[in-house]
Design a protein around this ligand. Structure first.
Ligand code: NAI
Length: 415
């Protein structure tokens, strides 16, 4: 295979980026050290559909160094870091993607990456799994397992499982605590705010920030916005999450009311049309809209276009929409995940946990390939704990262990 990338000359910057990330991902380094002599992925072909960031660079390179043949394609048309793509291509990873692909090119690159005829597939968002099950079904004879990195992808895979069409076992890496809590909450919390700051350079303190969705991502974003001095409003559809947000001290109200008070709106739901015409009609002049959910469907862009008489790019990642009634609405990153478009995605320290789960889950699939059924599986508990232990070791944090007496106490029930 020959990589298809945009700026091969940028490989040196990419190398520095990947090496920097690697320094902050000690768990990956430890897993590599533990397995390097065995090369457990030797003979396996793996297609990755992930945001092509420096952290993904570390993951892809580690898989390759542990013996796998890799093809890598982007999981969003606007998230690729071209220097990282250039470095990986030079290092023997087959890379297909660049920042700013059209929708058509995005799927075309996914098809090309699949020409590797993989045995294992790693996806972020479910587009790769969906493509295999719709247009590339011939590949399923060779694929004996896959993983999924994000909430939206797991939801789609569970729908496939329910319909009985899933053709290989998939491990829902997203759902395990050492992924979901660290990556979705703390990763998105920091990187979403980072994206908004890099895109706009505005002060967060004193602003009213509306966070739509109080799941893992929303919790992290609300927490960090408050930390910077914002007044945070949460919108939810789940009554339990709404109570949790209320007890955390956030204001909770429906979007129809939040629309009137917010200065910055951040969607974190995985749901479509969370901000739509009726909300845009009520917003103050000059509000900023951003999305942290996987797809660019949370802010209804058609409604925004329909309400506008014109649109102008005023900063690298900010579009100004001029509304018929004279108001302005600013949209960051075309409504795509703001942390990957306008910043660099999650910090390496966080992605270390996600990719450690990915690595160990792929090994688990290889070891158990004859036992696994065509279902969506949770990450085995032992893997989650193993990842946590690697991470603690990497961060030089020690914890206590139960004594024999304590274990007995735990297991006894007699008075
Ligand atoms: P989650 O399931 O924990 O939370 C989503 C929340 O949104 C739920 O509490 C749900 O009740 C709420 N919700 C759904 N529809 C709503 C509506 N119309 N209005 C208000 N609230 C609504 O999911 P999680 O893990 O927080 O992920 C959310 C999205 O972010 C997904 O698309 C996921 O794939 C994506 N994601 C993005 C990341 C990034 O780097 N930007 C990282 C991790 C996840």
């Amino acid at each position: 295979m020959t990589s298809i990338i945009k700026y091969p000359e940028k490989w040196r910057e990419g190398k520095e980026q990947v090496e920097w990330a690697y320094q902050h991902m000690p768990a990956i380094k430890m897993i590599y050290e533990d397995y390097k002599d065995v090369k457990p992925f030797k003979g396996y072909k793996i297609t990755l559909c992930l945001h092509i960031t420096k952290e993904t660079g570390v993951f892809a390179k580690t898989l390759k160094d542990l013996g796998a043949e890799i093809s890598l394609t982007a999981s969003n048309p606007l998230s690729t870091q071209d220097d990282v793509a250039a470095y990986l291509a030079r290092e023997g990873v087959n890379v297909f993607g660049w920042r700013g692909e059209s929708n058509e090119e995005y799927y075309q690159m996914m098809h090309t990456a699949l020409d590797l005829e993989p045995n294992l597939v790693v996806d972020d968002g479910g587009d790769l799994h969906s493509l295999i099950h719709s247009e590339r079904r011939e590949l399923t004879v060779n694929i004996f397992g896959g993983t999924e990195e994000t909430t939206t992808g797991v939801i789609r895979l569970k729908a496939m499982e329910r319909e009985g069409v899933l053709q290989y076992p998939v491990i829902a890496v997203n759902d395990t605590p050492t992924k979901r809590i660290f990556d979705n909450k703390y990763g998105s919390g920091q990187s979403t705010i980072d994206g908004i700051l890099r895109a706009t350079s505005i002060l967060i303190a004193g602003k009213t920030v509306v966070v739509a969705g109080y799941g893992y991502v929303g919790r992290g974003v609300a927490l960090r916005a408050r930390g910077l001095g914002a007044k945070v409003v949460v919108t939810e559809v789940d009554p339990v999450k709404a109570i949790e947000a209320h007890l955390e001290g956030f204001m909770v109200m429906p979007m129809s009311k939040a629309a009137e008070v917010g200065d910055i709106f951040i969607t974190c739901t995985g749901m479509r049309d969370v901000i739509r015409r009726e909300h845009m009609m009520r917003m103050k002049d000059g509000v900023i809209l951003a999305n942290a959910g996987h797809f660019n469907v949370e802010i209804n862009l058609k409604d925004l276009e329909d309400l506008s008489v014109g649109k102008e790019r005023i900063r690298k990642y900010v579009d100004k929409y001029m509304l018929r009634d004279g108001r302005k609405i600013y949209l960051i990153g075309e409504g795509r995940l703001v942390n990957l478009v306008a910043a660099e995605g999650h910090p390496p320290d966080v992605m270390m946990n996600s990719f450690a789960n990915q690595l160990l889950s792929l090994l688990y699939i290889i070891e158990n390939r004859d036992k696994l059924e065509k279902r969506v599986y949770q990450v085995p508990r032992e893997i989650d704990e193993m990842v946590a232990r690697y991470t603690l070791k990497g961060w030089n944090i020690e914890i206590d262990e139960l004594t024999e007496d304590q274990i007995r106490y735990w297991e006894s029930w007699r008075l």
